[in-house]
Design a protein around this ligand. Sequence first.
Ligand SMILES: [Zn+2]
Length: 383
Amino acid sequence: MNSVRCLGRDALTGEVSIIEFGPTIAAVQRRAVEPAETWLAPGFIDLQINGFAGVDYNDPRSLPEDILASIRNLFSTGVTRLFPTVITAAPEDMLLAVRNLAKAREMGPEGKAIAGIHLEGPYISAEDGPRGAHPARWVRPPDLDEFRRLQEAAGGLIRLVTLAPEWPQALAFIEALTAAGVTVAIGHTAADGARIAEAVRAGASLSTHLGNGAHPLLPRHPNYIWEQLAEDRLTAGFIVDGIHLPSCFLKVALRAKGLDRSFLVTDATAPANCQPGRYRLGQQEVELTADGRVVLAGQNRLAGSALRMDRGIENLMELAGLSLSQAVAMATVNPARAVQLPGRQRGLEAGELGDVVEFTLVGSPARLRVRRTWLAGALVYEA
Ligand SMILES: [Zn+2]
């Protein structure tokens, strides 16, 4: 493979840079010249994405070819690595879903973008509110035997598990997973502060979409959102689509966590990057509304988002007042560090993977226009 040479401003550092890369970054030269209009960043990383461009990663009928087609579409948003996310469902459906994702990873060069699988559930709270849109009938307590079957079907690709630590079995389960190198996130939970602290001691290190998957009404204090905000050993993911979280919560949460302990996720579902209308998500019918909400059909309850990572970066600047560098960090190095993704934790530096996105920023509020995306040195999208 010929190496690629790009000139632009490094979105993380602001420096004008010439980057030479193939599968990995070979050299980076910093130049003291006029700022270029072109921005360069590491490819975006989405640790929570349930589907995209009409393909539902949870549907056992989604073929590996369909999954790869959705990933090709995703490259247009600057994403180069993702954790397809499989949520609470019947045991056999979850097995088929992770098996299809593992097959997709082996099938085409773009399959390499699947850096892991995020298992969100089924070991979550059964309560209305924290359960979110997960189907109540399939919520169940943590079961290490079932997890091992899922991990085997996934070929070892499950790298992140979201669970509710209030299940009696949860602490031993967290210890076993973290000992096996799987990152554990607290989410869809109604746990009290003592239990959250125990989960952290057992090895849980993340909070899944903090501020969502919660009761609509909570005691002002204490409650599990404050507890997780205050726990410095938890790094938190946030859905920044302008719908799931109001700007005031987002600002306060990012200040409480600190940006280094925060990352952006889309929590996108199959209708993302599609036209408004009705779509099927597993057993449920959902509607993508004209203003970009994904709701259970006929109801107002959110069932995921239609967010794209590039729009999420714009939203972080617009809604939370972050700089481009801060917002891009939340979409690149921060999620990479949160799950210890190799080759992606240091930004655009020699030795890191050749995952690069080239973009421009236009207008006010700034709009991010992806021009080219490379996955490990291979051009996978050009506008
Ligand atoms: Zn969720």
